[in-house]
Design a binder for this molecule. Sequence first.
Ligand SMILES: Cc1ncc(COP(=O)(O)O)c(C=O)c1O
Length: 401
Amino acid sequence: MQETDGQIYEKDKKSYMPVFARYPIVLDHGDGVYVYDTHDKKYIDYLGGIAVNVLGHNYPALVDAIAEQARKMIHCSNLYYTEAQADAAEKLANLSGLDEAKVFFGNSGAEANEGAIKLARKYSTAKDKDKIQIIVANMSFHGRTFATLAATGQPHYHEGFGPLPAGFDYVDYGDIDALEKMMSDKTCAVMLETIQGEGGVHVPPEDYLQKVRALCDKYDASLILDEIQCGMGRTGTLFAYEQYGIKPNITTLAKGLAGGVPIGAFIADGKCAAAFHAGDHGSTFGGNPLACAAANVVLDTVSRPEFLENVKAVGGYLKSKLESLKEKYPALIKEVRGKGLILGAEIARPGRDIVNECLKEGAIINCTVNTVLRFVPPLITTNEHVDEIMAVLEKALIKFA
Ligand SMILES: Cc1ncc(COP(=O)(O)O)c(C=O)c1O
C-alpha cells in the first residue's frame, strides 16, 4: 500500500540527516515544466531541481538514452574506455572553446570544483612551491567539500567546520581594484562564478571579467570560472563566459549537464591540463556510461542555436515581467537581476513566505540569501509558462504588499 505523506515525513525525520529545510510536499513525477505530488496536484516548476532539469521532466530523448544505456551497461570503472564518455568529453572540449581542452568527469558540482582547484595548484606549484594563493569572491558558492567550502565566500557556511584548507583569500565580486591589490606572482588562481547564483544572482559589472582575465595573464594565475549554475545554456550561450569575450583556463559544470543524472566536469586548456599525470586524480563513478549517455543528449540538444535563442527570448520576457512587477510594487521588489533564465528579484522582506504562498497555489520558485526570489526554470520553458508563473507570483506578492 502507498504510504501517506505523513508517514513519509516521519520516516524522513527519523532516518535522514536533518540538513534540509524541506517544503511540505512529496513529489512523485514530472512532465515538461510541471511536477506532480502524491495527490496528483500539479505544480509549475520554476526551480528545475535548482538549475538541473534543463530539459524539464520526462524528456523523451533523454529518458530513452538513459534506458538504452542502462540496458547495455551502467558502469564499468575508469580503467576502461567507453564510447559514451569519449563522446561527451569530445563534445565538451570542442564546445568550451578552450585551447586544446581536456575534460575530467566527476559526480557533482563540488567535486568538479575540487578537481579544478587541485589542477590549478598542481600547475602553479610545479613552477613555484609557494604559488598557492587562490582568490575567491565574497558571496560566492562553490560547494560543501572542505576545499570548496573554503572557496565559498559566505562565512556562515564555514561555521563549525574548521580548520579549512589554507591559501584562500576573499575579495568583493566585481571590485577589480581590490583584486588587483591582492594579486601577486604568488597567486595560483582566481576562482569566480561567471554569474553568482546562490549568493543572490549577481551579474559581473561591465569589463570586469576581461580585466580579471588580464590580471591572471599578468601573474600567470589560472582563471577558474564556475559555470555549475549559470552554464549549460542557461544564459543563452552554452557557457556564460562566451558573452564576455574571454576564456577561462579552467571551467566547471555539473547541475544541468546530464539533465538530472549526477555528473560534474572540469574542463581545462591544454597548458593547465598538462600538469595532471596518471594517478593525480580519479573517481570511481565519474563519467560512467550512464551519466555520459545522458550528458550527450543534453549537450546535443542545448547547444543547438534555436534552443539557445529560446532561452534568450523567454529569459528576456520573464525579466520584463519581473521588471513590470517591480514598477507595480516598488516597496516590495527592490531590484531585478540576471541574464537568460537565471534571474533574481531582490525583495524587501524574507522570501520564504512568498515561496510558500506560491507553492500552495501550484508554483515552485525559490528564495536564496533570504531575500532574493530566484528563477532557474527548465530551459524548455515558454512565454505561456512565464505568464502562468507571474500570475501566481503576483497573487502571492499582493498578500505581502
Ligand atoms: C555555482 C555553484 N558551484 C558549485 C555548486 C555545488 O554543486 P553540488 O551541490 O552539485 O556539489 C553549486 C550548487 O549550488 C553552485 O551553484
